[in-house]
Design a protein around this ligand. Structure first.
Ligand SMILES: [Zn+2]
Length: 769
């Protein structure tokens, strides 16, 4: 056997390996229209998505009712008897809404067993005309198609199966809260499988929501027969640290019920916009979601759901077709083992005079140089891009339509800077000494991980593989390119998906993370790359390729139909001083917003005292005087106004005099509002009766059927009652009083903020007695 591989053959093999890693992390599953009726078919599920997403169906819209009725029919067609659960809930964040959950049960053969709950929400996001195809018709459709196939196959099952389509998830998880706190079946639930979306493509990721450790959950998941699991304990650890907001979170927090989320997150730019259509949903992604739910429905409907809690955690990650997992207790020993092994080989290498300490120290230069240069190019590059394309700021979630091109570009530049710094290290076997600083830094990183972020501890595996390469050379003083190739596989399987997953998950602002990870990955592959001849040419080639992607990104940097510019506009009438303004959240005005705001709008600071909730904390940017319209303001009635002890007890009824969608009530920050009950609902999770306020917002009420808002509360006698009321209707674009110009086809209504609304602001002050 010729013990040499040319740079070309190594690159071809590496490219093939990378391609397989890419395929394994792409969404896939069964997607055939003529799949047997006892199997899940994404094509069949897609029909349900299409039906549900014909029109936006947010809470309070006409079409919300249409979708609810359609789902009831679909469940009946499966031979089930769906029931409705309706009621007001007010979350701890002060979101008040009357939601309507749709519930159906399938009895198992052992009635005393814990039940399996299949969960998705059927409402779409408000304000921004989201068709809600991915979020979350895809989830509902996956459940309906899985249950249909399950029933068709007449699968025997011990556990009850509960299907729950929640309402008002988009507003404040109210439907889930209503079910968990008030429905009797909730107590019986042993496990939840929740389907969610935060984009319209990409693989479905498995994210666990556990009360304590994940050990039992990951073990039982592995037994569930999912062919293409994608997920790892790093995501699990990060997810546990962040304040989450899926329906499943409510189950864990309120009833200590655990579960799995299956969620896809790519093409984030379509999320909560009019582009969340059935055409934009990747059918492979839907197939992937079915690839989770269908086998797990079969598995968990028969397994013991009372044994899923554990106080142990496990490290896990998806290798091809398999979840690798081991206990957290191995993490520190593995990191120490890595250090010891590395130390022994280093010591032997210096002892055998294979290399000198001086050489080792010098070889830090190219590695740190690559790390620094790749990070700097990315950091400055992104800053310059943001200056050159200021309109990217309108995409609040931070992943632009051409974001994938930037990610690839950054990876290519990072590889180029590695080749450049290593271009003069062609001495025979110099890769061995060059590997030492890489391994040293990797081991330090893993030591930190072992103490502070155990979920990421699987990153030690590619490092151990690389230490084996080092050891082989120290012991035999030969390099073996075949061994090098095999030992590069863990780095490719584990690190490469993370490089792209981070910016897709967290936005382009963390591109630097991808650059650093690329260099760290390159470092582990040095035994392969360093044998390359003419690394300067490789560096240039990667640089040019990187530039090609930047040019490609430039060519798709403009907003077009299907990749629209999010813009926003509201009409605000101050009913106290009878002044009206247009206002926007945009930084870059366009021809449409300028029609109303003019060329020289004012800075909107005066409008930002009572901040409406928005996901990214957006504030109004610009305002301009607007024509006065006669819009009927709400009637405010003081139903009760009584004194008891040193407290004033009030009951106020606010009745809309037009079709409205939302009320926001603000108090002054010092007011000690207590005993708050709104439309009969007390805020969940308030232990004392005192409302603690992080902002001056008391509550947000999303109106269904124009039901008035009734507030009951107490306030200390020495405090003056003063509320600011903000009443919104989401009808600016259809309101005949305004005759708004439609948006251009390259624009869309901005998600995550209240836009396209007619707003009335007014003060509520207690009458003087
Ligand atoms: Zn959702």
């Amino acid at each position: 056997m010729k013990n040499k591989l040319s740079s070309l053959s190594i690159s071809v093999i590496l490219a093939l390996l990378l391609w397989s890693v890419y395929l394994l992390n792409s969404p896939h599953g069964e997607d055939s229209a003529d799949a047997p009726l006892s199997e899940f078919s994404a094509s069949r599920a897609l029909k349900t998505v299409q039906k549900m997403s014909e029109k936006p169906h947010f809470v309070g819209s006409e079409n919300h009712e249409v979708v609810a009725n359609y789902l009831i029919k679909e469940l009946q067609n499966l031979g089930l008897q769906p029931s409705l659960q309706e009621g007001f809930t007010m979350t701890e964040k002060g979101t008040l809404v009357k939601s309507k959950n749709i519930i159906a049960s399938i009895k198992g053969t052992v009635p005393t067993n814990k039940a399996l709950l299949l969960l998705s929400h059927y409402d779409s996001a408000p304000h921004s005309y989201s068709y809600g195809a991915s979020d979350d018709a895809s989830g509902v459709a996956t459940i309906l198609e899985s249950v249909r196939a399950f029933l068709h196959a007449q699968t025997k099952h011990k556990n009850d199966i509960v299907i729950l389509f929640t309402d008002a998830e988009e507003l404040g998880l109210n439907g889930a809260a209503l079910f968990v706190t008030q429905h009797q079946i909730a107590k019986k639930v042993g496990l939840v499988l929740n389907l969610e979306a935060r984009g319209s493509s990409g693989p479905g990721y498995m994210l666990m929501e556990t009360t304590e450790g994940n050990s039992q959950m990951i073990d039982t998941f592995s037994d569930g027969g999912v062919t293409y699991p994608v997920g790892n304990s790093l995501m699990y650890s990060i997810y546990k640290m962040l304040p989450n907001d899926t329906d499943l979170t409510v189950f864990r927090e309120k009833e200590k019920i655990q579960g799995f989320n299956f969620a896809f997150i790519d093409s984030h730019f379509n999320y909560h916009t009019q582009q969340d259509t059935f055409q934009h949903l990747d059918p492979n992604t839907l197939a992937h979601q079915g690839g989770y739910l269908f086998p797990l429905l079969n598995y968990f409907s028969n397994s013991d759901l009372s044994q899923l809690k554990s106080n142990q955690d496990k490290v896990y990650f998806n290798a091809p077709f398999y979840m690798v997992k081991y206990p957290f207790s191995w993490v520190i020993p593995m990191a120490i083992f890595g250090f010891i092994l590395f130390g022994i080989f280093l010591f032997l290498g210096i002892g055998k005079k294979i290399f000198h300490l001086k050489e080792v120290i010098q070889s830090f230069i190219p590695f740190l140089g690559s790390l620094f240069t790749a990070s700097l190019i990315t950091f400055l590059g992104w800053k310059i891009i943001k200056l050159g394309y200021p309109h990217y700021d309108e995409i609040l979630q931070g992943f632009t339509y051409n974001g994938h091109d930037y990610v690839i570009g950054i990876i290519l530049f990072s590889v180029a800077s590695c080749f450049w710094f290593y271009r003069n290290h062609n001495k025979k076997n110099s890769e061995i000494v060059l590997q030492i600083p890489v391994l040293f830094i990797w081991l330090l990183v893993n030591l930190a991980i072992a103490f502070f972020l155990k979920g990421a501890a699987f990153l030690i595996i590619p490092v151990l593989a690389s230490i084996i390469v080092l050891g082989y050379f120290i012991l035999t003083q030969k390099t073996n390119p075949y061994l090098n190739l095999v030992m590069s596989v863990p780095a490719l399987i584990i690190l490469v998906p993370l490089i792209t997953m981070f910016p897709v998950g967290l936005g382009l602002k963390i591109l630097v993370g991808s650059a650093i990870l690329t260099v760290l990955c390159f470092g582990l592959l040095l035994p392969l790359f360093n044998s390359f001849q003419r690394k300067g040419i490789w560096a240039t080639a990667f640089m040019v390729l990187g530039l090609v992607y930047v040019v490609k990104a430039h060519q798709s940097s403009e907003f077009v139909n299907g990749a629209g510019k999010p813009n926003s506009l509201v009409y605000i009438l101050n009913a106290d001083n009878n002044q009206a303004n247009w206002a926007t959240y945009d930084s870059n005005l366009d021809e449409w917003t300028k029609t109303y705001l003019g060329e020289n709008p004012k800075i909107a600071t005066p409008l930002n005292t009572n901040k409406l909730y928005s996901k990214y904390g957006s504030e109004y940017t610009f305002m301009a005087k607007a024509p006065l319209k006669t819009i009927p303001k709400p009637s405010i009635e003081f139903v009760t106004d009584s004194l008891s002890g040193n407290k004033h007890f009030y009951k106020i009824k606010i009745t809309p005099n037009r079709k409205v969608n939302r009320y926001d009530v603000f108090t002054n920050e010092k007011a000690s509002i207590a005993h708050l009950v709104a439309n009969g609902a007390k805020a969940l999770d308030i232990k004392s009766n005192i409302i603690s306020k992080k902002s001056n917002k008391l509550l947000s009420y999303y109106v269904v059927d124009n039901i008035p808002l009734t507030l009951e509360f107490s306030i200390p006698q020495n405090q003056k009652l003063e509320f600011d009321l903000v009443e919104s209707s989401f009808d600016l674009m259809s309101n005949t009083q305004f005759k708004m110009a439609p948006r251009k086809n390259w624009m869309l209504s901005k998600p995550f903020v209240l836009t396209d609304a007619v707003i009335i602001q007014q003060k509520i002050v207690a009458p003087i007695k």
